[in-house]
Design a protein around this ligand. Structure first.
Ligand SMILES: CC(C)(COP(=O)(O)OP(=O)(O)OC[C@H]1O[C@@H](n2cnc3c(N)ncnc32)[C@H](O)[C@@H]1OP(=O)(O)O)[C@@H](O)C(=O)NCCC(=O)NCCS
Length: 185
């Protein structure tokens, strides 16, 4: 088996084709490092629908995050309408990308898995050694989130009653390629 990790541009095109087929419309996936008002509002709109109030970021909090080093948003649209995003930036731990928020309005169709595979591939290509995120065992809707992230190779690194469950994915060519092969190809 070749261990060649695909370029992000190639994976984006494949992911668009895959999700366009699955979702029955024109899916576009774009990567951004700036946060114009329109884009921030799109992310806020998805955030507000998918997270309970205490976990939602408002526009000001989102814009604050956009000033962090390494700030990146991957945005998915279907027929021009935003429906999923992944947002992150440099973690305090060197060479680590902090995946701060991710959500999809269309669930259980493979969108979350594509988001995660693209997030890992983006981070790998940008030179990070790991992706870190904070989640909870189960959310208010019954989604088993530690289990969900575990299926992509994230492992628990810390548990804190106030902060939540910290998880980490080590970025190796094997891990990143396996995610692309399984969820994008
Ligand atoms: C968590 C979330 C991103 C998952 O996205 P999704 O598009 O529904 O996930 P997918 O359809 O790609 O599923 C990927 C895998 O996880 C499994 N899965 C998805 N949701 C699940 C759930 N609620 N419970 C158990 N398994 C689940 C799928 O069966 C699939 O399994 P496979 O790898 O064997 O094929 C989505 O539910 C969401 O946006 N939730 C609200 C916001 C949120 O919780 N974000 C994460 C914060 S840490």
């Amino acid at each position: 088996m070749s261990l060649k990790v695909p370029p992000l541009s190639e994976a984006l095109a494949k992911a668009e084709a895959k999700l366009s087929g699955v979702l029955g419309g024109e899916c576009r996936i774009t990567v951004h490092h700036e946060f114009p008002d329109g884009l921030a509002r799109m992310v806020e709109g998805i955030e507000n629908r998918k997270f309970r109030q205490e976990l939602q970021y408002n526009l000001k909090e989102l814009v604050e995050r956009s000033k962090k080093k390494g700030f990146t948003v991957i945005l998915f649209t279907l027929n021009g309408e935003p429906f999923a995003f992944d947002l992150g930036y440099n973690d305090v731990v060197e060479n680590t990308y902090f995946g701060d928020s991710a959500a999809t309005l269309i669930e259980r169709k493979g969108v979350g898995a594509v988001l995660t595979a693209l997030d890992a591939l983006y981070s790998w290509e940008a030179g990070y050694k790991a992706v870190k995120m904070i989640t909870e065992d189960q959310d208010e809707a019954g989604r088993k989130l530690v289990e969900y992230w575990g299926r992509f190779g994230f492992h628990v690194t810390k548990r804190d009653l106030k902060v939540g469950v910290e998880m980490r994915l080590d970025l190796t060519p094997e891990n990143v390629k396996a995610l692309c092969d399984r969820y994008i190809d």
